[in-house]
Every structure is written in C-alpha cells, then in structure tokens.
Design a protein around this ligand. Sequence first.
Ligand code: CP
Length: 312
Amino acid sequence: MPLLSELKGRSLVEPDDLSLDEMESLFTLAEKIEKKEGHLKESCRGKLLASLFFEPSTRTRLSFEAAMLRLGGSCLGFAEPGSSSAAKGESLADTIRMAASYADVIVMRNPKEGSALLAARYSSVPVVNAGDGGHHHPTQTLTDLLTIKRLLGNIGNITVGFCGDLKFGRTVHSLSKALSRYKNIKMLFISPKELMLPEYIKSFLIKNNIEFEERENLEKSMPELDVLYMTRVQRERFFNEDDYIRLKDTYVLNTEKMAYGREKLVVLHPLPRVNEISVEVDSDPRAAYFSQAKYGMYVRMALLASILGAAC
Ligand code: CP
C-alpha cells in the first residue's frame, strides 16, 4: 500500500497527524488483517515496542502489545510509573531518550496534556500517543472510526451523540475533531453544564462549519442518533471529589432509554465503563463497545506495521 509506506518512521500525537486518505488506508489494512488470518504475521520480527504507561490502562496497553506480538515483534516497558525511574525524579525527556535507544517504536500514556508532543520531540524513534491527560487519544479515534465504518458501512451522513464527560474525555476531543473531516456529520453533545465540551474544540467545529448542538437530555436525543458514544465521568481529572460524586451518575444508559433509539443505532464506549451503561444493555444487538475494543487491536496492528515500514 503506497500511502501507508509514507507513515514509516512517523509519530502519531493527535488525529490530525494523519490525512483522511492515510486513515482510510489504515482501515483497509485493519480489515484485511481481521479477515485474512496470519496477514503480516511475521512482518515485525526483530522489532521492539516500548510501552510506557504512566497511567492505568487495560485496552490500549494490552491491544498494542497484542498487536506487536501478533506481528512477530516483541515488547518491553512498564505499566505504572512507580516501577520506572520516573519515581526517582527522572524527567520525561530523559526517559524517552532511553526508551528510544532500546526500542524501535514507543507507545506512551501520560497524565500531562502535551506530554506526547514533548516525547515525540525528544525521541529518535516514532512515538504513538496512547492518551495525554484530557487532551488526545488518536488510536482510540482510529478504533472508533473503524468500528463505525464496519458497522454502518460508511462514516459520512450520520448523526453522532456524545454523552457524559465531554470536558475531560480525551476520546471525545479526538473523535469529534476527526469526524469533522467527513461529509455531512452532525454532532449532539449531551452533558451536564459542568462537563461540556471545551471551548477550543467548539471553536474548531465552528470554524470548520460543522453542525453541532449542546444538550442535557439523553432520552430526547436518542431517536435522532445513528451512533451514541457514551463516556465515563473521569474521576481522576476532578479537583474536587464532591463534584465527581454529584455528577458521576448523571447519565445511565439502560433498556428503557435504549427503547428510544433507532433499530440500527450503534452504541459505542471507549471503556472502561463504570455505571454509565447498565450491564443489561450488553445483550442488545446495538451495543458495540466490546467489538469496538477488538477492532482496536486490528487497527493498532495496521498502524504499527505501517510506522515500522512493514505494511503491504
Ligand atoms: N479506551 C481506553 O483507552 O481504555 P484503557 O484506559 O483501558 O486503555
């Protein structure tokens, strides 16, 4: 795939680092990997991935490591900063310099906004942002877009509702910006006033003439949606525990609310969920969040193979 060869050696800090055509090529490759067992199986043999997780993760870390192992490569790294020399006061720049001298690609999650950009600047190997504070999570965006494409057949001409913590939810920030690059997208942002979308994302949408509305009522919005993107209230980003407790159960998607949704609605959630989707919804055929997490592994395989110059 000629376009993917252009990703060789490049970092991914935010979704805008990829052109629309590059994203589409990654989705095509991810679908090929999913459907053709063993595709690219040994393509990254001899390559090393450093996974540096300064914050907890289940899906992102494990799916990146699974992706690298399935491509024939190997992984090293840490799952929490207490086991690294960051606990002794080592700077991020120095940690990155070290990891870059041991590995061929770095995947990093860090609580500080902007840390991924800093890491990319100090690294001699490509850096993939696995979430920088409340800022961006570009590979979750690739996961979300691939899931929409696979389940609805296309990404344009849809209404997407984002519900929950839109202030701190980095997956919402990344996905809303990326969706704005597709044709005829309408977005409904459903949140309590305290957790509304940040002004910089709204300014971006306005500047790009994207149709969007901010609302507080989920039930009334349900019949309009092709995709509902539920999110967790991000406890770790609150300054005040009382505010978190007051807001955490503002929205709970249950079977009663699902009854207002369309027959072909796709319910996504980047996960982990806490209370915002009742477990009874899991058996609804419109609940797609576990398939979404699996698509994440395929698209990360496509991305790693491309960055490492092994995609074909
Ligand atoms: N979606 C996501 O980022 O999940 P983890 O925090 O488990 O990696």
